[in-house]
Design a binder for this molecule. Structure first.
Ligand code: UDP
Ligand code: MG
Length: 310
């Protein structure tokens, strides 16, 4: 019996890419001794992505789709695909050809060697704008500094997971999973392989700067409570620093020195007002996360699928 490889592809407004990626995966597997299935997750696309997927799925028996009831985001789309994949291993990759399907044979080779997680690191991309490159490097630096997991820059959601790992993931019900971090956190036998990313085939990136910042904030707050400790230490340091001011005040009183300084007082008030708001906000993020998770809603909703009940 040939082993089954499931390929999970989240797609949000990728009408022009669906056919291309499916065909290139097909040609990669034509040289390999595996069965494969493609699971395309339509993440509430506003264009003709779903029609394209349906049309393609109708022509073959190993292409499946999950249609979300609305846009739930990249991470949940990948999660949904994994939840419905029954391959001996599952490979997740983007729809836009930035994750080269030619890497699949190398990933499978590592898997056959016994690795349970094969993740990929993209080499510095000359095609990316300088802004995107430096924001991504800043993203990882902040993330690693603030959280308790070590993530490598350039790690994307292009990875192979053994069925064992996927089964573990099925029991995860985080409403905002941060897969990159979770996979690292899980353990298992992991290995990285490097690749050169290609340019997006068609359409444009859905990750705006705002989304990147959100992902970073989310990445940190869903993995560690270090920011809360940082607030405590900062508070300590500032209180201690204020004590240093006491001798000067005593001196000023004793010598009847007139202390001027409304500008500095206003500045200090505004500065610390801001600082307190930031720290309150950090606490708020954690409370908000607890609130969202405590409602126990389904993480994503599937409107339609052609996956047979297995
Ligand atoms: N994607 C998704 N839902 C979203 C945003 C993106 O399913 O809300 C998919 C998208 O179709 C693509 C992958 O996630 O397959 C990565 O998105 P994109 O290429 O826009 O991100 P980038 O490569 O620029 O980081
Ligand atoms: Mg992309």
């Amino acid at each position: 019996m040939k082993k089954l490889v499931s390929i999970v592809i989240p797609a949000y407004n990728e009408a022009d890419n669906v056919f291309v990626i499916a065909e290139s995966i097909k040609s990669v597997f034509s040289t390999l001794n595996y069965n494969y299935e493609i699971i395309l997750v339509d993440d509430g696309s506003a264009d003709h992505t779903l029609e394209k997927i349906r049309a393609y799925a109708a022509t073959t028996n190993n292409v499946f789709f999950l249609e979300f009831s609305k846009n739930f985001g990249h991470q949940l789309a990948v999660k949904a695909g994994m939840d419905h994949a029954y391959g001996d291993c599952v490979i997740s990759m983007d729809c836009d050809m930035q994750h080269p399907p030619e890497l699949i044979p190398d990933m499978l080779k590592k898997w056959e060697e016994g690795f349970e997680v094969v993740y990929t690191i993209r080499a510095e991309d000359k095609n990316l704008s300088k802004g995107k490159r430096s924001s991504s490097s800043l993203f990882y630096k902040t993330l690693n500094w603030l959280s308790d997991i070590e993530l490598e820059p350039g790690a994307a959601d292009f990875r192979l997971l053994d069925q064992k790992v996927v089964n573990v993931f099925r029991n995860f019900h985080e409403n905002e999973p941060f897969l990159r971090g979770l996979v690292k956190w899980l353990g298992f036998k992991q290995i990285a392989i490097h690749y050169n990313p290609a340019a997006r085939f068609s359409g444009k990136s859905k990750y705006t700067f705002k989304k990147m910042v959100n992902l970073a904030l989310h990445g940190v707050t869903s993995f560690s409570i270090k920011p809360l400790y940082t607030a405590v230490y900062l508070g300590f340091i500032l209180s201690m620093a204020s004590v240093l001011y006491v001798p000067y005040i005593i001196y000023a009183f004793a010598n009847n020195v007139e202390v001027s300084g409304w500008a500095s007082v206003i500045m200090t008030i505004v500065f610390f007002g801001g600082l307190q708001l930031i720290i309150l906000g950090i606490i708020g993020i954690y409370v908000g996360k607890m609130f969202m998770q405590s409602k126990n809603r389904p993480n994503y909703i599937i409107r339609s699928t052609n996956i047979p009940v297995r």
